[in-house]
Design a protein around this ligand. Sequence first.
Ligand SMILES: [Fe+2]
Ligand SMILES: [Fe+2]
Length: 343
Amino acid sequence: MSDLQEGQVSGLILIVDDELLQRLPMRETLEQSCFRVMEAKDGADAWDLVQRECPDLVISDVVMPGMDGFAFCERVRRREEFKHLPIVMATSLEDEASIERAYRYGATDFITKPINWNLLGHRVRYILRSARTAQNLADRESELLQTRIEIIRRLGQAAEYRDNETGFHIQRMSYYAALMGEGMGFSTQKQELLLHAAPMHDVGKIGIPDRILLKPGKLTAEEFSIMKTHTTLGAKLLDQEPSLLLRTAHTIALTHHERWDGAGYPNGLAQGDIPLMGRICSLADVFDALTSRRPYKLPWSVEAAVDEIDRNSGSMFDPAVVHVFHAVMPEVLKIKEAFSDPV
Ligand SMILES: [Fe+2]
Ligand SMILES: [Fe+2]
């Protein structure tokens, strides 16, 4: 954005109209209201200027030769960086169908023709002010999301540090999980959700005593039953959270040790009753554990780990997830390589 400073509403306005006799009085009026103005005679011209000059607001005619106002609006909205660019359509009052259509294509507001030149400056100032507020809100929201992602990542890492696992374990397993999500047809947004929530799967280990968590030998039955509570402890830590990201992390922490056959913990859920995110993370977690070096074992080869997962398909793992795991194996191997543990 150009000179949209705090407390001051001015800016660069792009006028799009094929008729010079419409553009001229509009330019004059807006310049008198202290706006800077650019002109385009059709949608294609306007699109060029939007990309080059990043105007603060566009006022566009609807009917124009070549790329009309609707097509222009649609083109602009397809680009993420112009999602919040205010586009005001100038159209005739009675043309309700055009107004409805323009809203669908992403227009922000309308001014009706014939234009009331006395009010134009006020109107544009008002729309710019609203757009600036919306942009500030969007910026703050994205900052908040980034903060949440970072907190999740660090908390997940804190839990891993207490365990024998390395910092790379959560990175690898989260990427494996996101790859499987993609293979299962998740939207990009859902894949990202999985990628950022999976690092919390073992956060409940923060509450497990060292004598159990760090015990080199086999756990007794009693110790194992305490160890199992890392799922419910993690879920408790993430309980009642309003953000979708932390709610997903809650689901994964609670269900990543459930088994397809119902013999898992903590709730003995089976098959479709286990949330898909939990089923995916379960496989990602086990594959990475098998193929990693731990103080008590050497890393398994990929082939041996895949054989083990295949053997447990339908008992421990959801067969559909195992199927997708095979399909994304080339990418899984790239991640394994990129985040390999230091020797
Ligand atoms: Fe776990
Ligand atoms: Fe893990």
